[in-house]
Design a binder for this molecule. Sequence first.
Ligand code: PLP
Length: 293
Amino acid sequence: MARIAYVNGQYVPHRNAAVHVEDRGYQFADGVYEVFAVMAGKLIGEQGHLDRLAHSLSELRIKWPLSRAALMVVIKEIVRRNHVRDGLVYLQVTRGVAPRDHPFPAHSESALVITARKSDPMDKDALRTGVDVITIPDIRWQRCDIKSVALLPNVLGKQQARDADAFEAWQVDNEGYVTEGTSTNAWIVTADGDLVTRNASTSILNGVTRLSVLEAATDAGIDIMERPFTPEEALAAREAFITSSTSHVKAVTRIDGQSIGNGHVGELTNRILDAYVEYMEAHGGPRTTDTWN
Ligand code: PLP
């Protein structure tokens, strides 16, 4: 079955989907994106993703390409046309096409691309298998709260992880604290049993999954500390895991080649994965999404 993409007002075969060479996303990474998970036919965290998109667009002064309601119609149509029951939707908005020059163009129409891809349904056993993480210096810019398409440091970091046979790289800031993964948020359960993830700020992308997990864990009576932690604290932790729209809640069992806890998925990580899945079934995403306002 041929995949269909949405490009600036048109549904086109995926293989023909293209943007102009002077699109500012292509030339300057002058654009933002969102990735939505689709689980059992349901779009996950749509309000959260749209609120974060609103934040990214407004911080960069890029105009909405369509109204929020119209955007949702197109997203759902792309899911339908690609017969996605489990998978993801990728949405990208750039400042549009203009003769190449650094300042914002006086006239340009925001460009919108939406694609969808099928994947296997969420597999809790696979998420519990546990992955390796390495730590690397965070060489990104100072506005990591904006979901910018300028992902080169993230690409380099993820490749460094792959080269080390690891799944993810946790980035470490100049003060020696973990910010987040290259495409995931980072969590630990400390030696004292505290569930810790870095507080939302301009140093991290506030994940929609992160927010859902915060709410699901709170509902399940689990206390959370939102604060920075060091790689040393992570190495001494009982448990660790990562969250994102594509990785959900994935156990981390080794950091920089060293086993975390007993080297198996932790008890709290297991509880949180269950709580997250239940929460998604009940609410479809985070209830509180005004974090980005
Ligand atoms: N942090 C970074 C740098 C990311 O790129 C992502 C997702 O792409 C996340 C965290 C997780 O965000 P979400 O849970 O909204 O997918």
